[in-house]
Write a protein that binds this ligand. Structure first.
Ligand code: C2E
Ligand code: MG
Ligand code: MG
Ligand code: MG
Length: 290
């Protein structure tokens, strides 16, 4: 309450005439409420990580679990990452939050191994702001050391647009991450204008086809063409290709027929709490054996 009042005093001072609508006020208020509570969310233990499997199209085995951040706000309930990640980036809070996600995910994967679950990577989304940190490699190395997770069981997802903001810089960072054995995926691929010339310089393992292309892959000839082109490009550059947002058997058939390597989406599982992963794997193995 106090913060919101202050905002009005500053933002709408006497000589500061602005056109505004009640909607603008409401948005600004919500944003400010989110911002102040985001600052406290880590200390208050309001974050948790959900996991969504990546499935090998041919063997049906689970290659990785993607860590997806969830925020349970005491008053607003579950707040979507689409809403709070941009805010965390603007405020710089993404740095401690991102490190917390990485640490949680690595610790969790180590725990799954100790419990006897099959080896799989844990995939963590990296914000562009984290990507630009000078100490990124040191931070990641320290987390791997602290949690005891092998580097080859960690995957980092970086969006194509972040990489393309500064391709030369990206090449050097990606190389240093690859050198210690970390698996790299380009997230939301197809939305960020990579040229083939750039792609061949990046030491990445996987292209992840953005879900906007997957959604209508059966009914839109353009989306089908883009999807098959990305798969062909990945194959010829010796990269794995995964499709995100796979919801239907029809989409899966299309991707399978066109030799996409892996799939991820609600068809297999929505993102789930860590405690449900062991049971999911058991059921999945039973289904795959049928
Ligand atoms: P993303 O990394 O591209 O993740 C894919 C998003 O699609 C996730 O949304 C996931 O829950 C959702 N999804 C998965 N399967 C399906 C499906 O079959 N259909 C549809 N329609 N959607 C599906 P979510 O969890 O809301 O995350 C949204 C975005 O927020 C992520 O996109 C990622 O960019 C960002 N994000 C999430 N967690 C983190 C994090 O720990 N750090 C950073 N920097 N960003 C994160
Ligand atoms: Mg991702
Ligand atoms: Mg994505
Ligand atoms: Mg996406």
């Amino acid at each position: 309450k106090a913060d919101i009042a202050m905002y009005h005093a500053k933002g709408e001072g006497r000589n500061n005439f602005q056109f505004y609508t009640p909607q603008m006020d409401e948005n600004a208020d919500k944003r400010l409420l989110l911002e102040t509570s985001l600052r406290k969310a880590l200390d208050n233990d309001e974050f948790c990580v959900y996991y969504q499997p990546k499935v090998d199209v041919v063997t049906k085995s689970i290659t990785a679990m993607e860590a997806l951040l969830r925020w349970k706000h005491p008053k607003l309930g579950l707040v979507s990452p689409a809403e709070f990640i941009p805010l965390a980036e603007e405020t710089g809070l993404i740095i401690p939050i991102g490190e917390w996600v990485l640490r949680s995910a690595c610790r969790q994967n180590r725990a799954w191994l100790s419990q006897g679950l099959p080896r799989m990577r844990v995939a963590v989304n990296l914000s562009g702001f984290q990507f630009q940190q000078k100490n990124l490699l040191e931070m990641i190395t320290a987390v791997l050391e602290d949690t005891g997770l092998d580097a080859d069981l960690l995957e980092l997802e970086i969006t194509e647009s972040v990489i393309m903001q500064n391709p030369d810089f990206a090449v050097s960072v990606l190389n240093s991450l690859r050198d210690i054995g970390i698996h790299i995926s380009i997230d939301d691929f197809g939305t960020g204008y990579s040229s083939l010339a750039h792609l061949k310089r990046f030491s990445v393992n996987t292209l992840k086809i953005d879900k906007s292309f997957v959604r209508d892959v059966e009914i839109s000839s353009a989306d089908a063409a883009i999807t098959t082109a990305i798969i062909a490009m990945g194959n010829s550059l010796n990269l794995k290709v995964i499709a995100e947002g796979v919801e239907t058997e029809g989409q899966l058939s299309f991707l399978s027929e066109n030799k996409c390597d892996e799939v991820q989406g609600f068809l297999f599982s929505t993102p789930m709490p860590a405690a449900q992963v062991a049971e999911f794997l058991q059921e999945h193995r039973r289904d795959a054996a049928e």
